[in-house]
Ligand binder design. Structure first.
Ligand code: GDP
Length: 450
């Protein structure tokens, strides 16, 4: 699957910076290097060089690093040019490299080549993008664990256990004329119960990893002055999170991110959710409604002074029934009500707190963690994506189907076939059996130069 062409891209972020890096990878790398630098350079040594134009004038100067195939990130010959980090000079240098026979790399193409050359499996390649995109320190550390292979090792271990079971079942089928019934034996029960346990623990850890990556989306709803902003500030200060307001216009959906024990929580303020004739505002409302429909949780903030009337319930009309709603009665410091958690008649959780005095916030954060099944005590989490969880679930379902075939019909052949399907589903995680269009989708979400 090796590529024959040579790719190049600026690997550092756009804009001005101290250093700017251009990466080149592929069969022409050595020749490009010689023409650009005027001489051959040794592999794996930082060499200070002048980067030369066609007319031998100097485009830039800096460090050149050459890695010879297969001992490089991509597994191909690669060259890294570390010059000055200005957009103009980097553009000049990149144009020169392209003129010498490289083509512009697609997003994620360096990592895709690393994957195709077996330098990384797919879960590790995804971890590269996840380190870059990590929104919290916990997410970055667990993505690093995935890159180091913590997740892939667990998947490979599951694969080995499934292979062991398949061999056992297939040999039992071959010897089925003999007296001993292998398929009903204790040994088989032991292998199956170990596998069930392994599926359970890896799925739980992957779920934690996926929460660290994607976090949860919480929508704050409620009348003006109920205390939504105060609640948001209280939550973010408590966790000393970076609060960033990302708003296209004031009429757009306002999103902020905080974190709870390292889990990113995307908070959406829906102040703009109201009937309006303004066309731009209507678009804002449409986006807010879309955001709500995607949310994991709505917090309906109500001034505790108004908690005895049920008026606030009308605010729920714009929220789809599938999105869970928790009611937060705020400002208990005014009403003198006790901080605490109860359940409403219709089964919704009610949390009473004071955002202003930061009283009862731990009840709310604990509640949000429980809603998502997030366990901040769990260490050694590896970062996982929803597609990994989906593949794990499908694989586990095939195993369970197979076990049912065995129990009800003594169908050893069907069991073996289900085990094969369970293994195929797991292979999608590490990329051994991942459809090309999915691969394309995964790598195209990377940055250029990675
Ligand atoms: P929003 O319009 O829903 O975002 O409400 P704000 O957060 O702006 O709060 C409205 C007013 O209520 C402000 O004057 C806040 O200081 C006040 N407020 C918010 N939370 C509390 C609280 O827990 N106790 C008291 N006493 N006042 C609060």
């Amino acid at each position: 699957m090796a590529n024959n062409d040579t790719i190049a891209a600026v690997a550092t972020a756009s804009g001005r910076g101290g250093i700017g890096i251009i990466r080149i990878s592929g069969t022409n790398t050595k020749q490009i290097s010689q023409q650009l630098l005027g001489s051959e350079i040794p592999a794996r040594q930082a060499c200070f060089k002048l980067f030369k134009a066609n007319d031998n004038s100097t485009i830039d100067s800096g460090l050149a690093l050459y890695f010879k195939s297969p001992a490089s990130y991509t597994g191909e010959d690669t060259l890294e040019l570390q010059g000055h980090g200005g957009p103009v000079v980097l553009d000049m240098l990149l144009k020169r490299v392209l003129a010498l026979g490289a083509r512009l790399a697609e997003p994620g193409e360096f990592t895709q080549r690393a994957f195709l050359n077996n330098k990384l499996d797919l879960a590790q390649a995804e971890a590269v993008a996840d380190i870059i995109d990590a929104g919290t320190a916990a997410a970055a550390s667990s993505a690093q664990r995935s890159l180091q292979g913590a997740f892939s090792e667990r998947i490979n271990d599951l694969q080995r256990q499934l292979t062991h079971l398949r061999l056992y079942v297939e040999s039992a089928i071959d010897f089925s004329d003999e007296d001993i019934d292998f398929l009903a034996g204790e040994e088989l029960q032991k292998i199956i119960s170990n596998l069930q346990q392994a599926f359970k623990t890896i799925t739980e850890t992957a779920k934690q990893g996926s929460l660290l990556r994607d976090g949860m989306t919480v929508v704050l709803a409620g009348k003006p002055n109920a205390g939504k902003s105060s609640l948001l500030n209280a939550l973010s200060q408590r966790d000393t999170a970076i609060v960033t307001a990302v708003a296209g216009t004031t009429r757009d959906v306002l999103k902020e991110q905080i974190q709870i024990d390292g889990m990113p929580v995307h908070i959406i303020d829906t102040a703009g959710l109201r009937e309006t004739s303004d066309i731009i505002e209507q678009e804002g409302v449409k986006r807010a409604k879309h955001a709500i429909s995607q949310a994991d949780q709505v917090l309906l903030v109500v001034d505790d002074q108004e908690s005895s009337s049920d008026d606030y319930l009308s605010l729920l009309n714009d929220i789809p029934a599938s999105v869970p709603v928790t009611i937060v009665f705020n400002k208990v410091d005014i009403t003198g009500t006790q901080v605490g958690e109860t359940t409403s008649k219709d089964g919704r959780t009610i949390i009473r707190l004071s955002a202003k005095h930061k009283d009862g916030l731990n009840l709310l954060t604990q509640h949000l963690k429980e809603r998502m099944g997030f366990n901040s005590e769990e260490k050694n989490v590896f970062l996982a994506r929803r597609r990994h969880l989906d593949a794990l679930t499908r694989s586990h379902a095939f195993l369970n189907d197979g076990i049912a075939q065995l129990l009800h019909y003594q169908a050893g052949e069907m069991f073996a076939e289900d085990l094969r399907l369970a293994q195929n589903a797991l292979s999608e995680i590490t990329g051994k059996m991942t459809p090309d269009d999915l691969l394309g989708e995964i790598f195209s979400s990377f940055c250029i130069g990675k």
